[in-house]
Design a protein around this ligand. Structure first.
Ligand code: GLV
Ligand code: MN
Ligand code: MN
Length: 429
């Protein structure tokens, strides 16, 4: 009997598939730039092994695969043949994705889980073709670790990767375009990475990375909005000198100036509800116990669901850095790296997710994401929604980051209900 392309088979999702999803994420975590921990930045060598592992699963699930010019792994599961009266060009695509890079000393699930769940959902179709295509995307870069600017992969898919970003350099002086070439890809192919419509939407599964769902005892959460982010590099330049002979009154200690400012960053965020602010990386020159620090580089990350509150906080923190600098005769430069507005998820897609979660037997919990996600970049292009999976202990960006197998099974079931509901709409008729 011919398969009805409008319906997704509703077999129970076996816990065996969820177990394979978790095992796959843990196996991918071993592909790392460091022997004892998981660190995988934009197009570093271990990304080849990640691509190879996921490509073979995608192929087994019936997808055609490629790596685009920005290093994103793309697997397409074609739609059912729409028949002679219809053009295949009018068949829409549902994108399911997340990122394959990691922060330093990461856990096994941030990003990767969303890609693996996407492939598992396609496998769970058992070859049934839908009225729309599914493209699973493993974005090459989301964390902003190697080049200080996040979302390289999704910006290429959205068509918003600009020349300034391509020319940014990593700690070894290699630019983004150079990293793409070194991986064996051609930066000239980046424009072809742009996703071609029509789109049904973008769906991202991701661990919550925070304590809300775990605290409530709820396995899944529907994201309503993603908080905006400001990132900046702040450089304090004082004067290096002898730590034993230079009287305290004669010093222009760059690190002491930065330290005073970092305490203000923390205080600012503690005083303002909803604001989080972090100095996550500092480096000091010359960097010896007996030399007064001459220069200190610091990163700043500021987030708030309200863009005006975030921008006002960043302005106050810039003012504080300059005030400290002038009081201590330390030069301060402030370079903005990111001004990413908060992004609301698509109301109709939220409603689809909500019905799917309920059909999966899970209570509905809606929340705002403090973490940034590729969904922020995709949302201006197409109807976008995100489903969070509970993070045990609220832990993420940490080697002990985890996910429960039964929560993965619930997410798979909800995902199949989403595919089912989307498939009931005959979009080309
Ligand atoms: C990504 O994990 C971010 O929110 O920084
Ligand atoms: Mn992350
Ligand atoms: Mn992530």
């Amino acid at each position: 009997m011919a398969k009805d392309p409008r319906r997704v088979r509703r077999e129970p999702v076996h816990s065996e598939l969820a177990a394979r999803v978790v095992d796959c994420c843990r196996a991918l975590a071993r592909f790392s730039e460091e022997p004892e921990s998981t660190t995988r930045t934009f197009l570093s060598e271990p990304m080849r092994d990640v691509h190879a592992t996921l490509t073979s699963w995608m192929t087994r699930a019936g997808m055609s695969t490629r790596v685009d010019g920005a290093g994103n792994l793309r697997g397409v599961y074609a739609a059912a043949d729409p028949g002679p009266a219809e053009s295949t060009r009018s068949v829409p695509t549902l994108l399911i994705g997340s990122h394959l890079d990691t922060v330093p000393r990461a856990g096994a699930f941030d990003g990767v889980l969303g890609v693996v769940i996407g492939i598992a959902l396609v496998e769970a179709l058992h070859g049934a073709r839908l009225t729309y295509a599914i493209e699973v995307v493993g974005f090459s870069e989301e964390e902003g670790v190697r080049f200080g600017v996040p979302f390289i992969g999704s910006r290429a898919v959205a068509g918003t990767l600009d020349d300034d970003l391509l020319e940014r350099r990593d700690a070894h002086g290699r630019c983004v375009a150079g990293a793409i070439s070194a991986f064996g890809l051609n930066p000239a192919d980046i424009p072809a990475a742009r996703a071609q419509g029509p789109f049904l939407g973008y769906l991202e599964f991701h661990i919550e990375q925070g304590p809300v769902l775990d605290g409530l005892g709820v396995p899944l959460g529907i994201v309503e909005a993603i908080a905006g982010q400001t990132r900046a590099d702040v450089v304090f330049t004082g004067g290096a000198g002898h730590a034993g002979t230079t009287p305290m009154s004669h010093r222009r200690d760059a690190l002491a100036a930065a330290a005073e400012w970092i305490a203000i960053v923390e205080h600012e965020a503690q005083q303002r509800p909803g604001l989080v602010a972090t100095v996550g990386h500092v480096s000091v020159e010359p960097g010896a116990a007996n030399v007064i620090p001459g220069r200190c580089w610091a990163t700043l990350d500021v987030r708030h669901a309200d863009d005006e509150a975030r921008k006002a906080a960043a302005t106050r923190l810039a003012g504080a850095a300059h005030e400290i600098g002038s009081r201590r005769a330390v030069d301060v430069t402030w370079t903005s790296r990111l001004d990413q507005p908060a992004v609301a998820m698509h109301a109709a897609q939220i409603a689809v997710l909500q019905r799917a979660v309920l059909r999966a037997g899970v209570p509905v919990c809606r929340l705002v994401s403090g973490a940034g996600h590729d969904a922020m970049i995709m949302a201006p292009l197409m109807p976008t929604a995100m489903l969070f999976l509970r993070s045990p202990g609220g832990l993420s960006h940490h080697p002990d980051e985890a996910v429960r197998e039964d929560d993965v099974a619930a997410a798979l079931l909800a995902g199949l209900h989403v595919l089912d509901e989307l498939g009931t709409v005959r979009l080309w008729s």
